[in-house]
Design a protein around this ligand. Sequence first.
Ligand code: NAD
Length: 255
Amino acid sequence: MSNLLEDKVVIVTGAASGIGRAIAISAARHGAKAVLVSDIAELPREGGTPTTHEIEALGVATRFVQADVSRKAEVERLVDAAAAFGGVDVMVANAGITARDDGADVSEESYRRLMAVNLDGTLFSAQAAARQMKANGKAGSIVLMASMGGIVGAGMTVAYSTSKGGVVLMAKSLADALGPDGIRVNAVAPGTIDTHLLRTAAGIADAAEGFRQRTPLRRLGKPEEIGDAVVWLGSDMSSYVTGIALQVDGGLLAV
Ligand code: NAD
């Protein structure tokens, strides 16, 4: 399709399903040298073949590495696996979970898990990648998965929106910390994207139709459209872009 990611070794977390799977396949289509697919489970939640099979079919080197991003040691093992391909150039910290809550009614267990995956897991992924990039003297790109819910508040997902707001500030802070080493850090803030997470999360699927009607483009986004945005942020085409939250939302937050 293009050579935007030529010679780049890409890691994508949460890449068995949905947006992460689309990002990993887009990276392969845009010429990546190798794509490390990581998730807590290898098979897509929506069914179908493992992501690595799709990437192999494109003739790109790939490997599945099982890792729960909330566990720092597992994330470090994932990044270590990139050494076999020459080290990571693009880290996409995509893994995330959601839960509907109205703020007053969230169990301690689901709150802690949500923060452990969405905040701890995103930071552990970025930091492990940055350490390896610095050790290899690489000017890499780190892309964090935020959400429109991290830019404007959402009363039905208070904990989730809080975590994604944290991801937006994490990208800005890491951009400041890592910029002197030539490492760029950006967030992507998807609007309503048609994935397993959207279709199955209790109470959120119902809200999706309302979001669609409010979206200027009058449709849900496709996972591949997030893949395209991540490819741009991962590539040298965005070489002077760092610390942003790129909204890919059909205009939803513009109105
Ligand atoms: P999804 O549920 O389809 O896929 C998420 C993947 O992450 C799954 O394969 C799951 O196994 C994996 N995962 C969950 N916990 C993990 C963990 N601890 N360690 C490793 N992997 C783990 O969801 P999606 O819609 O593709 O969402 C991907 C990202 O995009 C998430 O961060 C989500 O918050 C964000 N997002 C999605 C939407 C949307 O409308 N779908 C909108 C905004 C942001």
